[in-house]
Design a protein around this ligand. Structure first.
Ligand SMILES: [Zn+2]
Ligand SMILES: [Zn+2]
Length: 205
């Protein structure tokens, strides 16, 4: 019987023998992992969420970190990708079979992916964030700022971001210049200011 030391998991606060059965790796000089095996997925999820919020609020940070990766990190990333490809080889094979069976669908999926990436970049670089829009939506209680009709998920009643003073006429992205308007109102408003459009709506409701 080897003599083992008890090791405290910093996540759940329970002590386990410092073996690979309870911890991912053997105890190292540096002390090894401080989270027991069942707690590791939980810790990883927390770290991922923290990283993605950090990078989402700060896309430049992500790109600079990416550009400044060391050769070791790049090599580790290549190894990781190789391992991932091997572990998911069935899924990959299925994807390439689908691609052979229906190239049009694959092209459609690829295009959709490009569009999603573009939208995501646009979201990350605009000065107001989704959480600001949620606050504005709450302020309007789910109704269009101009016609006071309730929003819908799709079609002409879907909510869009509207600048009270249009950006083309010197409006800013400040939150007091931003309201949510249904697509119909947004299209009818065009380059008018909020006051001009409200006068227009009284005349042509
Ligand atoms: Zn634990
Ligand atoms: Zn409206």
């Amino acid at each position: 019987m080897s003599n083992f030391t008890l090791k405290l998991c910093r996540k759940c606060g329970q002590s386990f023998p410092a073996t690979t059965e309870h911890f991912y790796q053997e105890k190292k000089k540096s002390g090894g992992p401080t989270f027991c095996s069942p707690c590791i997925p939980c810790r990883q999820a927390t770290a991922r969420t923290a990283a993605s919020t950090r990078y989402h609020d700060n896309p430049e940070l992500y790109h600079s970190r990416r550009a400044n990766r060391s050769e070791d990190q790049k090599e580790a990333k290549r190894k990781y990708n190789q391992r991932w490809s091997y572990q998911n080889r069935q899924q990959k094979a299925e994807r390439s079979r689908n691609r052979a069976v229906s190239p049009e669908a694959a092209v459609r999926r690829d295009r959709a992916k490009v569009v999603r990436a573009k939208e995501s970049r646009a979201r990350a670089s605009r000065p107001y964030k989704s959480r600001d829009l949620i606050v504005i939506a709450g302020r309007q209680q789910g109704f269009c700022y101009y016609c006071q009709r309730p929003f819908d998920f799709a079609g002409l009643s879907r909510p869009t971001v509207d600048h009270r003073t249009p950006k083309a006429r010197g409006g800013t992205d400040d939150l007091d210049n931003i309201v949510l308007a249904c697509l119909n109102c947004n299209q009818r408003k065009g380059p008018k200011t909020a006051d001009e459009f409200q006068a227009y709506l009284r005349e042509y409701p």
